[in-house]
Design a protein around this ligand. Structure first.
Ligand code: PEP
Length: 257
């Protein structure tokens, strides 16, 4: 765990237009600076809507703001007749380093199957973008199959065809915990993240498993982040609601202090 730099990732979902996004990133940067947040101890990534990415990228670049930039989705295709889609080739030109793939909202509202997720993972890797592969069980899955069976199966499918040296991030997000205010306990998160690390080991080998960051997501806030980060297999958080409030997100980023 000590060799894995924690990643705190803010998934804004469909919130903040490009003007609000720029104001938010500036304010977050200054809040962390004022708090003397030590750069490098934690990696911070923001995942704005597509329409904000160019503006946020320009700001990060101009002001040398140490945040990574991520997208919330990408097309499985490189270019062509796919109306409304955005390709990894376009995103990588805007310094997008990460892309969320298979978020439960996309699986649910856009019918993204494990096969679609796997094809998007390979599209991201092809364009040098690190996929943040989201997996997690619904409340019904939890009752029927326990916590780890569904996320482990989703991850196994997503890693199909991925090479052993690929740079990936996994996010364990129990669907029942997303936006519900009811987070998993640190122990629940640890148990599933440990199983997911084994899935990575089996698919990509022991080195990949040791280096891959596995995040917990689902109602993470300033008051509960430290508990998750104490767990040996939890390497950060994917944060939704609390990533939209500067002081809350800054407090999550500064969890160790
Ligand atoms: C998410 O959607 O990725 C998420 C974790 O949301 P929230 O933090 O609001 O539960």
């Amino acid at each position: 765990k000590t060799t894995r730099i924690p990643l705190i990732a803010g998934n804004w979902k469909m919130n903040l237009d490009h003007l609000q996004a720029v104001a938010f990133v500036q304010k977050l940067h200054w809040t962390l600076k004022d708090a003397k947040h030590e750069e490098g101890s934690v990696e911070v990534a923001v995942f704005p809507p597509f329409t904000d990415i160019r503006s946020v990228q320009t700001l990060i670049d101009a002001d040398k703001i140490p945040f990574a930039l991520g997208a919330q989705d990408l097309s499985a295709h490189d270019s062509g007749a796919y109306t409304g889609e955005v390709s990894g080739a376009f995103l990588s030109k805007l310094d997008v380093g990460y892309v969320i793939i298979g978020h439960s909202e996309r699986r649910e509202y856009h019918a993204e199957t494990d096969e679609v997720v796997a094809s998007k993972v390979s599209a991201a890797l092809k364009h040098g973008i690190v996929p943040v592969i989201c997996v997690g069980e619904t409340a019904e899955d939890l009752e029927k199959h326990g916590a780890s069976a569904v996320p482990a199966g989703q991850l196994e499918a997503a890693l199909d065809g991925v090479s052993a040296d690929a740079d990936i991030v996994v996010a364990y997000e129990p669907v029942w915990a997303i936006g519900s205010g009811q987070a998993a306990t640190p122990q629940q998160a640890q148990d599933v993240c440990a199983v997911l690390r084994e899935v990575v080991a089996k698919a990509l080998g022991a080195d990949a498993a040791a280096r891959t960051r596995i995040l917990y997501g689902g109602s993470v806030k300033a008051a509960n982040i430290a508990g998750f980060m104490r767990e040996p297999d939890v390497d950060g958080a994917l944060v939704g609601g609390a990533s939209l409030v500067v002081d809350d997100f800054a407090a999550i980023i500064r969890f160790q202090k």
